[in-house]
Design a protein around this ligand. Structure first.
Ligand SMILES: Cc1cc2nc3c(=O)[nH]c(=O)nc-3n(C[C@H](O)[C@H](O)[C@H](O)COP(=O)(O)OP(=O)(O)OC[C@H]3O[C@@H](n4cnc5c(N)ncnc54)[C@H](O)[C@@H]3O)c2cc1C
Length: 398
């Protein structure tokens, strides 16, 4: 496995659980054992570092004879010879190779972005570096009002920082949610004292060695002790591309996690995978996909031909609100509300030709679990029943 993150770690573990008895080598360029990333912007930044655990402890990998070669980058793949060359010059042979290289943060191309105390948030080390600087009264400017930016803003605010979020679009999380949800989270952040600037770009960052202010597109100068940039990620496909593996907005895989090159598979954020539910390739950036696509890849690598075909789902925790997003609709002809947005707990269903194609949920985790089943099965859904908060979601999904 190349990439010892969530997908790489999970796939290695799953192969052993499925009875694979051969050698498993997990190659990761981070110095840490595989871990899951969701706590990095939540618990860890809220000062609860003691709750953090890697996916499995060192004893687990040793007992399961999974070799973890950490702090070491895979530099090249030779598909003809079936070898991987590592950055330290060593070469490893493979019969099957999984690419789980994930994604890298998108860099903000403005002057001053390389000043001190300017951070991105992707790794455990990033999170620890930000955590160490979150003290009450510190001025934190978050660039980007997407999931990572807003979770960081909420955590910093809970630590007593003075937080400003700068977002280029006219609403929050515009790429993934409907305007009503953007509004709910705008109101929530503002009520908690986060200063949110919409329709605002960043011209440059200024400071002498360390950042001191963010100059916006409107010419405003926002004082900053710390800047966190969350403007998206790009799939880490360079290694695959140089090995001649097909790449198009991610490593292209079929529903069996197979890449265009025999013997090489891929899973997690790095893939653009064919999803049979949608009849098209999709690229996801979510815990569920890292987890379940990795397990699906492990099955196929062990010889089980089961396709990976799941309706996408992801969540975000900001202050006391849990946002969940399921499905990936390109279009819909009906929108149904269940519950009242003003009450802080509601769902929005997107339907097309009588079928559920997308769900957004705020603080409705139980109903969301049942609604996701309905989304996965693709059975027709009755809009009137969906809208009726008194009707059991469990019964509707049956
Ligand atoms: C702060 C944060 C919070 C998140 N919160 C949520 C959430 O609440 N809900 C949700 O659904 N999702 C969340 N996610 C998304 C989720 O964590 C990712 O989708 C998931 O981590 C993807 O797993 P992956 O294994 O594909 O990639 P990664 O976890 O990125 O792992 C890839 C690993 O491969 C390594 N690597 C890359 N190239 C090489 C190479 N050539 N050689 C060796 N190693 C290499 C990378 O350094 C990295 O360690 C969050 C992500 C972040 C960053």
């Amino acid at each position: 496995m190349i990439g010892a993150g969530h997908a790489g770690g999970r796939a290695a573990e799953a192969m052993r659980a499925l009875g694979f008895a051969g050698r498993i080598l997990l190659i990761g360029d981070e110095p840490h054992l595989p871990y899951e990333r969701p706590p990095l912007s939540k618990e860890l930044l809220q000062g609860k570092a003691e709750t953090f655990r890697p996916m499995r402890d060192a004893a687990f990998w040793a007992e399961n004879e999974i070799e973890c070669r950490l702090g070491c980058r895979a530099a090249a793949i030779d598909p003809a010879a079936r070898t991987v060359t590592l950055a330290d010059g060593t070469r490893e042979r493979y019969d099957k190779l999984l690419l789980a290289t994930g994604a890298a943060v998108r860099r903000l191309a403005v002057p001053g972005a390389d000043l001190g105390n300017v951070f991105y948030l992707r790794t455990l080390d990033d999170s620890r570096a930000i955590d160490a600087r979150l003290e009450p009264g510190r001025k934190v400017v978050v660039i980007g009002g997407g999931f990572i930016g807003l979770e960081t803003a909420a955590s910093a605010r809970l630590r007593g920082c003075a937080v400003t979020v700068v977002e280029l679009a006219d609403r929050l999380m515009a790429r993934c949610v409907l305007p009503e949800i953007s509004k709910t989270f705008l109101d929530l952040h503002r009520a908690q004292g986060v200063d949110i600037r919409l329709d605002t770009g960043v011209e440059r960052l200024e400071g002498d060695g360390a950042v001191a202010r963010v100059v916006t597109s409107g010419g405003e100068r926002l004082a900053a002790d710390l800047v966190v940039i969350g403007v998206g990620i790009v799939p880490d496909t360079a290694l695959a591309e140089s090995a001649g593996i097909a790449v198009a907005n991610g490593i292209v895989t079929d529903e069996y996690c197979r890449t265009s090159v025999p013997g090489i598979f891929a899973a997690g954020d790095v893939t653009s995978h064919f999803n049979p539910l949608y009849g098209r390739h999709i690229r996801l950036e979510s815990w569920q996909n890292a987890q379940n696509q990795a397990i699906a890849a492990a099955r196929v690598m062990c010889g089980e031909e089961t396709p990976y075909a799941e309706a996408p789902w992801m969540w975000s925790d900001q202050f006391d609100a849990k946002l969940e997003v399921a499905g990936m609709p390109e279009r819909w002809d009906d929108v149904v509300f269940r519950g009242d947005p003003a009450g802080g707990a509601y769902m929005i269903f997107q339907l097309e030709a009588g079928k559920l194609v997308g769900i957004l949920s705020v603080n409705q985790p139980r109903d969301m679990r049942f609604a996701r089943r309905l989304l996965q099965t693709g059975k027709p859904a009755d809009p009137a029943a969906l809208a009726d908060s008194g009707a059991s979601m469990r019964d509707i999904a049956r």
